[in-house]
Design a protein around this ligand. Sequence first.
Ligand code: COA
Length: 145
Amino acid sequence: MTIRRALGSDAKKLYELEKKLFSKDNFPLSQGSIRYHLKNNLLYLSELHGNIAGYVLVLIKRKNAKLYSIGVDETHRGKKIANGLLDSVFKELAIMGFENILLEVRVDNYGAISLYKKRGFEIKKILKKFYGDGCNAYLMGLDLK
Ligand SMILES: CC(C)(COP(=O)(O)OP(=O)(O)OC[C@H]1O[C@@H](n2cnc3c(N)ncnc32)[C@H](O)[C@@H]1OP(=O)(O)O)[C@@H](O)C(=O)NCCC(=O)NCCS
């Protein structure tokens, strides 16, 4: 298993994984958006035998970093791949001088919330009816220093 920064040539495979991970209701990234993020943000992937097992996308704007999305192929879950992706991207963010990172997560996404809490994220706020289906979100933050 290798974790590395994603390249333009990974866009198609990332899009295939994205469609498996997120249904239309959960607004999967289009291939065009993936290409945009590859150029302008931080996208790391985990690769196994030439296949992408997972990815993490962090949006970076001036001094702010936001964990936009993380996903691991169902067949590879529970093998600490998300943990490894977060290690890599947090290391890069620290080198780039970012001091903290924020994210929003559905309050019913227990697996992701558990992952984020284990990594030290704390709930900062509840964002009411944040998602299209009326679901609330937690705004969570982590100090990277
Ligand atoms: C959330 C997700 C990324 C976790 O990926 P993963 O590679 O299976 O996670 P890891 O194996 O690295 O887990 C690390 C820790 O996170 C926590 N965790 C991860 N998935 C969990 C789950 N389903 N239930 C409870 N805790 C979970 C555990 O504490 C775990 O540590 P442990 O194994 O020592 O208990 C994966 O389930 C996924 O892709 N879900 C669908 C997409 C999604 O909802 N993404 C988040 C919103 S963008």
